[in-house]
Design a protein around this ligand. Structure first.
Ligand SMILES: [Zn+2]
Length: 64
């Protein structure tokens, strides 16, 4: 199994969250873990479902 070093470096870059704008090292589909936890526990599933769909699309299309 080969490791794409440039892709790992890009993932490790601190970037602003697409929802709260806090800089986070780890983001999934633009959201930081705090936001994912918040929308994941929100009784209103609208935002979480949208995020999940976006995350799934990125996985399918091979985007980080
Ligand atoms: Zn956030």
């Amino acid at each position: 199994m080969s490791v794409d070093v440039s892709a790992s470096d890009r993932l490790a870059e601190p970037r602003p969250c697409g929802r709260c704008s806090n800089t986070a090292l780890l983001r999934l589909a633009e959201f930081c873990p705090d936001c994912i936890a918040q929308i994941g526990t929100n009784p209103d599933r609208t935002e979480y479902d949208a995020w999940r769909a976006e995350n799934h699309r990125r996985v399918v299309e091979g985007e980080a």
